[in-house]
Write a protein that binds this ligand. Structure first.
Ligand code: HAM
Length: 420
């Protein structure tokens, strides 16, 4: 029996991991520049958490969650996104009493039972952040600037920022009626889920992925044209802040996001390289969510970026991510005495912080040299009987063949030569 990964999941192998590590490192550095602290939340939560926050008429909750009953009879769900867990944690740990804004960032796996296609997986990774306690538009612009800075530090250009406002519950009451008017003549032809959403949550009909429903959404009335004066002012404030930070954007009234908790600002970074939906990153404000989840009335805003899609974009833009070799020195040996000595020497070098490899599978000398080339180790040391008895040897720099005399008993000196 030959096993393969479940559909929609992937192994990330050592040959590729450095791209991920680079992105993780740069994202954490940029978050730190803005005062964000890292939070780690559980991979699974009580199902109800997602039903209440993401919303039980969304595609994510209705169709995509990995939900199961655990052995204690509880309904458990693998997180389909990070915001709900972070909000739960914010409330559970009394973070409302911390000075505002409370800024948290995360790097998580997420799980959605989706139709697998380019850029759409069942297990994927998100870099995200959430900021609590600030309701003005300045923080909306600030979190967008975090992404702009992250993309720039990774060498990325050409991603497009699209922004919209989807108003507050008071704008939505009137808008929902207008939307229902629009959909009513075609309702019988819409999918089963949209028929259910029509009464309960018409806004969700706008992001249905079914072909017919999707085609109707294009010409639907836009929430942006029906905002209350406060929401209009907030949106104008966001645009002013983005202008002053010189961040280019397009207003796209079609962005509604697929999750229920959003209010006012929503935004996406899009590119044609990352699959049908083209969204590398999405986020927005959720001023009512903390309260809905049992906390105080605290505004919030955040985003999450699909790491797989981000790395697809990096590759599509031809950006080379530098790979620094872990193994700096290969010690080749000629006989069993050399092999034993090499292992001891390798251990000493590693204690000095020098990545080191030596033969453990009985390769011939010639095969060891070939293997050393494949490891990409920039230095080679050949150990024969003479070298061991005289304690004098040479390390060879592979890039230009330059050889340097070394004293085998001077471990710090060898390390120093390699670090140069
Ligand atoms: P989302 O738009 O559902 O938002 O997901 C954010 C990003 O995750 C997407 O833009 C995409 O890059 C990536 N993504 C989503 N689903 C998949 C998938 N099946 N395969 C690969 N990548 C995927 C959220 O998750 C919100 N929690 C974002 C947020 C945080 N809003 C406020 N705070």
């Amino acid at each position: 029996m030959k096993y393969s990964v479940p559909k929609g999941t992937k192994d990330i192998l050592p040959d590729d991991i450095y791209r991920w590590q680079k992105a993780e490192q740069v994202f954490a550095e940029v978050c730190a520049l803005y005062g964000y602290g890292e939070i780690r939340i559980p991979t699974f939560e009580h199902t109800e958490l997602f039903q209440r926050s993401v919303g039980d008429t969304t595609d994510v909750v209705q169709k995509e969650m990995y939900t199961f009953e655990d052995k204690g009879g509880r309904s458990i769900t693998l997180r389909p996104e990070g915001t709900a867990g972070v909000v739960r944690s914010f409330i559970e740990h009394g973070m409302t009493s911390l000075p505002s804004p409370v800024r948290l960032f995360y790097n998580v796996t997420a799980f959605r039972y989706e139709n697998v296609q380019k850029g759409r997986f069942r297990e994927f990774h998100q870099f995200g952040l959430e900021a609590f306690g600030s309701k003005g538009p300045a923080i909306d612009a600030e979190i967008i600037s975090i992404l702009v800075l992250f993309f720039a530090r990774m060498g990325l250009s050409q991603t497009r920022l699209c922004i919209n406002s989807i108003g507050c519950p008071s704008c939505r009451t009137g808008y929902n009626k207008i939307l229902m008017e629009y959909y009513r003549p075609n309702l019988t032809k819409m999918c089963h889920d949209c028929k259910g959403r029509y009464e309960k949550n018409p806004l969700r009909m706008l992001d249905c992925k079914e072909d017919y429903c999707h085609s109707l959404a294009t010409d639907a009335p836009k929430l942006l044209d029906h905002l209350c004066p406060d929401c209009l002012e907030h949106f104008a404030g966001l645009k002013t802040c983005l202008d002053s930070l010189e961040i280019a954007y397009t207003v796209d009234p079609g962005i509604v996001r697929g999750l229920d908790y959003y209010t006012r600002t929503v935004f996406e970074f899009v590119s044609e390289h990352v699959g049908t939906q083209g969204t590398i990153c999405g986020g927005g404000r959720y001023d009512g969510l903390v309260e809905t989840m049992g906390g105080q009335s605290v505004p919030g805003i955040g985003f999450a970026m699909g790491v797989e899609r981000f790395l697809m974009e990096v590759a599509a833009q031809g950006i080379a991510v530098a790979k620094t070799p872990d193994v700096l020195l290969y010690i080749a040996t000629m006989d069993p005495q050399g092999t034993a000595y090499a292992q001891k020497l390798a251990f000493s070098m590693r204690k000095e912080g020098i990545g080191c490899e030596t033969d453990l599978v009985g390769r011939s000398f010639k095969a060891q040299l070939k293997y050393a080339g494949k490891t990409g180790a920039p230095y080679l040391l050949v150990l024969g009987t003479d070298e061991i008895s005289t304690q004098k040897a040479r390390i060879k720099r592979m890039s230009d063949g330059v050889q340097t005399d070394i004293d085998l008993s001077d471990i710090a000196g060898i390390a120093c030569n390699i670090r140069k």
